[in-house]
Design a protein. Structure first.
Length: 131
């Protein structure tokens, strides 16, 4: 009986989280690790790593640019050439990249892709990072 209650509560929490997270990402495309692999083949793609400089130094996606989420509002002007081009945003697990994606959206960026699960999911699917 306790297991059934636990499962009902867990499913409810997941459902509510998905409902509200989907509403919060209007205008931002959530992409899986597999979809990111396909995006990486595109020539006009800005890959934006919003983790700390220390996390970035440990390993990151090839050709990514590191702007920690805390600095993004100050450096967003340097990215304006990408306003109408594809921008892939990632962090460790997805929280900071969603915050960064929302900042980009508010600044007029139109093609924002947020990697669900971040570096954690990337590595978990057997992909490599570069240093």
């Amino acid at each position: 009986m306790d297991l059934i209650v636990y499962l009902v509560v867990a499913v409810s929490i997941v459902g509510i989280t998905l409902f509200f997270s989907r509403r919060a990402v209007k205008g931002i495309t959530l992409v899986s690790v597999q979809s990111v692999r396909d995006l990486l083949d595109e020539s006009e793609l800005l890959i934006l790593d919003v983790r700390s400089m220390e996390e970035y130094a440990v390993g990151h996606l090839k050709k990514s640019k590191n702007i920690p989420v805390q600095s993004l509002s100050l450096k967003i002007a340097s990215l304006l050439d990408w306003k109408d081009k594809k921008v892939l945003v990632y962090c460790h697990s997805g929280g900071r990249s969603m915050a960064a994606s929302q900042m980009l959206k508010k600044s007029g960026f139109t093609k924002i892709y947020n990697m669900t699960g971040g570096v954690s999911a990337w590595v978990g699917m057997g992909n490599k990072l570069v240093k």
